[in-house]
Design a protein around this ligand. Structure first.
Ligand SMILES: Nc1ncnc2c1ncn2[C@@H]1O[C@H](COP(=O)(O)OP(=O)(O)OP(=O)(O)O)[C@@H](O)[C@H]1O
Length: 515
């Protein structure tokens, strides 16, 4: 039925989107240099490219948020009113953002229906909304309570809410900006099932992703952006993963290659021992040890307690408990990030926008803010020192040095992530906790970041990495701890035998099915 409605209101062209010669210049920076993109009605169209290639800018133009400096766009055959998000919504466009737009104080349900039908809210409407929420949640295999406070949900659950909101809006052209970066395989699969179902009903979807496997899995057409220009666009069948990488980066990249560290000294004293770590309602009785020079990966599904474990160690969970020994000395359990830092522990959080970066400050200030002592003399900040230090840190994580003066707000998502890593590094940790370090990072830069983490470990740091990308956890880690439902359920040492994704999932699921 829905399909018939869509075709009836869709002009003969059969295109949901026709963009020609779209240009965007941000005070001299050409984010888009005249691109042509077409998307057929009822298709899934992927946009890929390196960090800063212009993908989000393009989506922003289609969403009506960004006014291009040149070019034309037709939506279902009609000229697009640029810079008018409301008008874009009327044309049937909805966007699911990479940076979450969840209102933390509102309930999960209120977030899904935000901006829709609220004026008509009555009891009946309330019941209808609840039924619709539950239907969507079931379709997407999520178990979020409708009245849960959104701000208390995990990033993954917030992402699911964001998707539910987009789907619920009844849009005919849905734009997804990296919808899957914080989702584990089962959530991803649920989303893809839903996307396929919506495609069958005539919805057009355009999505940005750095995960090339999922791009090849779900899309009908893949368009590659490179440095603001189109470097290829073809049906899925014409692409292979290496071909996509070459179009994006210009050369071959081996994804998730195993990065071995320097040989570990047998019998080295642990850098960190945490015993009986608990966070009420999230994790229970987790023990872990970390050697200097070691990367410990934490695998598990969304909701397994991975992030809570890192946050507890970083002093961000006031109700957490446990015993901590750093470098052979028992220290009190950290109650604030400042206390954690005193023990040399620093966290790179997963949600860079709300927890990590000040968007209105430059990359340089964001990096330097955490350690003024390093860049000042007698209490006076030295700009030269700040520039020098922040450039050095930026370079380490593959962030263009000449952009350290740019406001973080004006950086692409992937480049913000690199600044966040640089900022944590600048604090001088001995123990670095990284939550989703390659979230939103392109395939080339991902390898660079993993190499940098390995180099830091070789310099003697202890690093704990949480990532939804289990292949990445395996490639990067010396040992892997598997969490499920708030508990540690397995530990693997890759020095003995290399671990597979299947090993991790089996360990995680075994507990869930036995309970
Ligand atoms: N509001 C802005 N002001 C100035 N420059 C901007 C602004 N928004 C984006 N840019 C610049 O435009 C370029 C393209 O950025 P865009 O966010 O579109 O890249 P992207 O392909 O989505 O990258 P990523 O994969 O890292 O998210 C970058 O150089 C970015 O710094």
């Amino acid at each position: 039925m829905q399909h018939a409605t869509v075709t009836a209101s869709t002009p003969r062209s059969g295109f949901a989107l026709q963009a020609t010669g779209v240009e965007m210049s941000y005070s001299g920076t050409m984010a888009l240099k005249g691109v042509d993109v077409e998307a057929r009605t009822g298709s899934i169209h992927a946009l890929v490219g390196e960090n800063g290639a212009g993908k989000s800018t393009f989506l922003g133009i289609i969403a009506g948020r960004v006014v291009p400096t040149g070019g034309a766009v037709r939506i279902f055959g009609q000229p697009h009113a640029f810079g008018a998000p409301r008008q874009a919504r009327r044309l049937g466009i909805a966007t699911i953002y990479q940076e979450l737009t969840i209102v933390p104080a509102l309930s999960a349900q209120a977030n899904v229906f935000l901006g829709q039908t609220l004026s008509r809210v009555g009891l009946l409407e309330e019941r209808r909304m609840r039924a619709r929420f539950e239907e969507l949640a079931a379709q997407m295999s999520v178990s979020i309570r409708p009245d849960a406070v959104a701000g208390r949900l995990s990033v993954a659950d917030q992402q699911m809410l964001e998707i539910m909101r987009g789907v619920q809006s009844g849009a005919r052209l849905l734009l997804f900006d990296e919808p899957t970066t914080s989702l584990a395989p089962p959530e991803r699969e649920a989303l893809f099932r839903l996307m396929r179902q919506m495609r069958a009903e005539g919805t057009t979807m355009m999505f940005v992703s750095h995960n090339l496997e999922e791009v090849l899995d779900i899309s009908d057409v893949v368009t590659v952006f490179r440095d603001g220009a189109l470097s290829g666009s073809a049906p899925r069948a014409d692409w292979t993963k290496p071909a996509l990488i070459r179009a994006m980066v210009g050369h071959d990249v081996v994804e998730n290659r195993r990065i071995e560290g320097a040989p570990r000294k047998p019998g080295a004293a642990p850098l960190l021992i945490a015993k009986g770590v608990g966070v009420p309602g999230a994790i229970e009785n987790v023990d872990l040890e970390l050697q200097p020079g070691e990367i410990l990966g934490v695998g598990g599904l969304v909701g397994s307690g991975r992030t809570s474990l890192l946050r507890a160690l970083a002093g961000l969970e006031p109700r957490s408990t446990g015993d901590l020994v750093v470098d052979g000395v028992a220290v009190s359990w950290p109650r604030s990030p400042r206390e954690a830092l005193k023990s040399g522990i620093v966290l790179v959080p997963e949600d860079r926008k709300t927890q990590g970066l000040v968007l209105g400050m430059s990359a340089m200030d964001n990096i330097a803010i955490s350690r003024f002592g390093e860049v000042s003399r007698f209490g006076v900040i030295s700009n030269t020192a700040m520039l020098r230090k922040s450039r050095a840190v930026a370079r380490e994580f593959g962030f263009a040095e000449n952009r350290v003066g740019t406001l973080v707000r004006h950086l692409s998502g992937g480049n913000q992530q690199k600044v966040l890593l640089g900022k944590a590094r600048f604090r001088g940790p001995r123990i670095l906790l990284v939550d989703e370090p390659t979230r939103g990072i392109d395939v080339g830069a991902k390898d660079e970041i993993m190499m940098t983490l390995r180099r830091l470990a070789d310099e003697g740091l202890g690093i704990i990495v949480v990532s939804s990308d289990l292949e990445e956890v395996i490639a990067a880690s010396d040992r892997i701890l598997v969490m499920s439902e708030g508990r540690k359920v397995a530990e693997f040492d890759q020095g003995d035998t290399p671990v597979t994704v299947q090993d991790i999932l089996t360990a995680a699921f075994k507990v869930m099915t036995h309970d």
